[in-house]
Ligand binder design. Structure first.
Ligand code: PBG
Length: 326
């Protein structure tokens, strides 16, 4: 008797029926860049089809996402001034705080807003924490991260996503939120975040390249896998509700290992460099952009991700709706 695996590949419907990975637009999160100012929708050079929006125009992007079934967002801010303590990251009228109030007033619980909590977009030196000489000082940074998280919660954030990679920050932020009456606001920590060259286009987009050195003293070394388990477990124990693994495509082994190890949802972040590579190779006609986008998204879920943060979230949702994937 011949074993015939081709039976399950014979028609579109049998293929659909026998798919092992089924995904939904409900598991997608779209990043949005919000810039200080008025009437701004300006293209981001390093990321084709991505834009900076001012608070008064960001609803355009929310509407376009909602139409496609994407209702969860992670917000990044571009302040108009930076200083060494990242003051505009935690001020009441910061760009993210204003956006949160505006969007929550308009959409309420129809949308879910996650905020990136970090200092690098707000510091003039571009590092993710407070400096002591040329060193990023872990414990004094925690105080600022706590302040940022509270200011986001006050303005209406649904979930807080610390991306700084300081030690002990999940515990500190959890405690700060609890003490300030935000016991119900969850934490989606960037628990497993590598020092990656794939963040290049994002740093261009938010102008957050460190003015000296690099992020290797706080973000993880890409040679390491056991360390991913260590970092993820630490965050679970400190009270994180979901763990982000980042980047995604060159780190599918990490997504798989972390997802096999921890008992909370794993969120893969397909970062700016992954997006830019697919977009630009597509534009050059070297690859089928749509096909590669679909295949990459599925590969991330197949590796064990429960949730995907992607600049392609709207297009992936459309591909699911059209029956091409999912
Ligand atoms: C902030 C932050 C970064 C990204 C998300 N949050 C940049 C960095 O760590 O340098 C990268 C996202 C992307 O590349 O899409 N710390």
């Amino acid at each position: 008797m011949v074993n015939r695996p081709r039976i399950l590949r014979a028609t579109p419907l049998i293929r659909e029926l026998s798919r092992e990975v089924k995904i939904s637009e409900k598991a997608l999160i779209l990043p949005i860049f919000i810039k200080e100012g008025k009437n701004i929708k300006s293209p981001i050079k390093s990321m084709d089809k991505q834009y900076h929006y001012s608070v008064d125009r960001v609803a355009e992007e929310i509407e376009s996402a909602l139409e496609k079934g994407v209702n969860k967002f992670i917000l990044f801010g571009l302040p108009d001034k930076k200083d060494s303590f990242g003051s505009l990251a935690y001020c009441e009228n910061g760009v993210i705080q204003n956006a949160l109030r505006t969007l929550k007033a308009k959409y309420g619980s129809k949308i879910f807003l996650i905020t990136d909590v970090c200092m690098c977009e707000y510091t003039d030196h571009g590092h993710c924490g407070i400096l002591d000489g040329e060193k990023v000082d872990n414990d004094s940074t925690l105080l600022y991260l706590g302040k940022i998280a509270i200011s986001h919660a006050l303005a209406g954030a649904d979930m807080i996503a610390p991306s700084d990679m300081m030690d002990g920050r999940v515990k500190f932020i959890r405690k700060s939120l609890d003490e300030n009456g935000f016991k119900d606001i969850g934490i989606m920590s960037y628990g497993v975040k590598y020092a990656s060259y794939f963040y290049g286009p994002f740093r261009e987009a938010v102008n957050s390249k460190p003015s000296f050195g690099d992020r290797k003293t706080y973000q993880m070394d890409f040679h390491n896998k056991k360390e991913a388990v260590k970092e993820a477990m630490l965050d679970v124990n400190e009270g994180s509700d979901m763990i982000i693994v980042k980047p995604a495509l060159s780190y599918l082994d990490i997504v798989q290992t972390v997802s096999n190890t921890i008992n909370i949802p794993v969120v893969a972040y397909s970062v700016s460099g992954e997006y830019a590579m697919i977009k630009s190779a597509g534009k050059m006609g070297f690859i089928d952009e749509y096909g590669v986008m679909c295949e990459s998204a599925i590969s991330i879920f197949r590796a064990g991700a429960d949730v995907l943060i992607s600049y392609f979230a709207k297009e992936i949702a459309t591909a699911i709706k059209n029956g091409d994937i999912g």
